[in-house]
Design a protein around this ligand. Structure first.
Ligand SMILES: C[S@@+](CC[C@H](N)C(=O)[O-])C[C@H]1O[C@@H](n2cnc3c(N)ncnc32)[C@H](O)[C@@H]1O
Length: 183
């Protein structure tokens, strides 16, 4: 999807996209920091958009690995399907249905979860359901990395995971945060 189309998609659905720009290379790199790609085989991505972070994951993912990328917009899912990587499972679904999609690929638990879901724009009940589903389906020792433009919903991750480390990423428009949690 072109940058202009992405901007228009963002404006059309601002209540679910939470942004009109995609993550910069620096933010994508920070979003997948802490993932041990040598051992990871199942990575779950929430709010994948047109796959900008997904591509960074695929570059480093083991040949036998899988990424389940959740996205609710049909157009953005079409962009991800066009990536055409057999390791990518595009889940055109709401992110709380992680268990269903892990079962689909016969995976017990996710090794790591990366999320860019704009929780501040979603109802708190839905946000907490998604974060809890991510935690419940994450293996012990796995990381949960959350991309955000504010720290408004930091308490969601503190409640689910306990300790949360926040890192500011200035090389992004607007400057963003990545919140790192561990199960
Ligand atoms: C801030 S954008 C991030 C896009 C891309 N990952 C990036 O980093 O540029 C958030 C995305 O989350 C998606 N989204 C919102 N609610 C969702 C939900 N309940 N389940 C899955 N995706 C959702 C939106 O459609 C949007 O594409």
């Amino acid at each position: 999807m072109s940058t202009l189309s992405f901007l228009l998609e963002g404006l059309r659905n601002i209540g679910t996209t939470g942004t009109i720009t995609r993550s910069s290379p620096a933010l994508c790199t920070a979003a997948i920091d802490r993932i041990d790609f040598a051992t990871a085989r199942t990575i779950v991505e929430l709010g994948a958009g047109d796959g900008v972070i997904t591509r960074h994951i695929l570059e480093r993912l083991h040949p036998d690995g899988k990424v389940i990328a959740f996205e609710v917009s049909e157009d953005l899912c079409d962009d991800m399907r066009a990536i055409g990587d057999p390791r990518l499972v595009v889940a055109q679904d709401s992110a709380e249905h992680i268990r269903f999609w892990l079962d689909k690929i016969d995976a017990d638990l996710a090794d790591h979860v990366v999320s860019a879901i704009p929780f501040a724009a979603l109802p708190p009940e839905l946000g907490n359901r998604i974060v809890n589903a991510a935690r419940d389906n994450l293996r012990s020792g796995g990381c949960y990395n959350q991309v955000h433009y504010s720290l408004k919903t930091k308490s969601y991750y503190e409640r689910a995971f306990g300790k949360v480390e926040a890192k500011r990423i200035y090389l992004n428009l607007p400057p963003a945060w990545v919140l790192y949690c561990k199960k």
